[in-house]
Ligand binder design. Structure first.
Ligand SMILES: CC(C)(COP(=O)(O)OP(=O)(O)OC[C@H]1O[C@@H](n2cnc3c(N)ncnc32)[C@H](O)[C@@H]1OP(=O)(O)O)[C@@H](O)C(=O)NCCC(=O)NCCS
Length: 257
């Protein structure tokens, strides 16, 4: 197992998605990582399986954040080793450059014990943590939600070059929460570094893909002019029983540059 003092944007995104955390723009993450005080990532057989970092003013006050161990590697002492690595490096730094340094963190409720086992005090002097997210108001309002969808290369490229404007999915429990104005981030399968940020312009619901295909021009749903658009093509993704149960949805999107 190898401990590195950096992490790539792609590995950062991969770990965050693996534990179901928020997805942020690649360019935002790139800058955020560059501004970190300390980063650690853990590699095993060429794969990044964990990370953690400290962000802050670089001399007296910081936040321990993004402590993640890939689910299949959890409960093996790796999380603790990540925190120990950061604590040791911070201690060395304070010994040679600082006076006193306050390292804080906001544990999710079921992880408090993990951090107390890593040597942190919980609720010292009856303090409690508070937080607030600040969102770009040009993109988000109170109701806006962000959704992640993975795509293969061809549809990904068609959305990117703005020919495909309708994403077709089963209208199952997950998709039925998507609404006009929401943000959808399309990720290229197996390559988390490539992403397209889009906004939902309209939601079009249909009984099945036959109905949906009749409604739109074939280029809008991802075919080339030279190709034949056949609703049966969707059977490689969804079977008839699923379609009968949930119906289908055409999510009309616009690419946000
Ligand atoms: C929290 C997380 C980083 C722990 O990583 P891990 O590699 O599984 O933890 P470790 O195996 O190093 O555990 C270290 C110690 O904490 C304990 N521990 C770990 N998770 C715990 C939990 N949720 N509740 C109670 N104890 C826990 C372990 O039993 C172990 O105890 P020991 O030192 O007495 O043996 C990991 O579960 C994770 O990535 N979770 C999802 C992301 C997340 O929630 N991160 C924390 C955000 S606040």
């Amino acid at each position: 197992m190898e401990f590195l003092e950096t992490i790539s944007v792609e590995d950062y995104q991969k770990l965050h998605l693996e534990v179901g955390w928020k997805y942020l723009d690649n360019k935002v993450i790139e800058k955020s990582l560059a501004n970190s005080t300390f980063i650690v990532s853990v590699r095993e057989m060429g794969e990044t399986i964990g990370m953690g970092r400290i962000v802050g003013d670089g001399i007296a006050h910081g936040l321990l954040t993004d402590v993640i161990v890939s689910p299949k590697w959890q409960h093996k002492g790796i999380g603790k080793a990540i925190v120990e690595n950061l604590k040791n490096r911070l201690q060395d730094f304070v010994n040679s450059n600082g006076d006193e340094y306050l390292l804080e963190l906001l544990p999710t409720a079921n992880n408090v014990e993990f951090y107390t086992r890593c040597g942190f005090k919980h609720l010292p002097e009856n303090m409690e943590g508070c937080y607030k997210w600040f969102k770009n108001q040009n993109i988000y309002n109170k109701e806006t939600q962000k959704h992640i969808m993975r795509l293969q290369k061809a549809p990904f490229e068609n959305i990117k070059n703005k020919t495909k404007t309708i994403e077709m999915r089963l209208n199952d429990e997950k998709r039925s929460h998507i609404k006009k104005g929401d943000i959808i981030i399309f990720l290229l399968q197996e390559n988390y570094e490539q992403a397209i940020k889009t906004r939902v312009k309209e939601i079009h619901k249909f009984k099945d893909f036959e109905e949906l295909y009749m409604q739109f021009d074939k280029t809008q749903i991802g075919y080339k002019e030279s190709e034949e658009a056949n609703p049966l093509d969707m059977e490689q993704y969804y079977n008839k029983a699923q379609i009968d149960k949930y119906g289908v949805v055409g999510i009309e999107i616009e690419v946000l540059d």
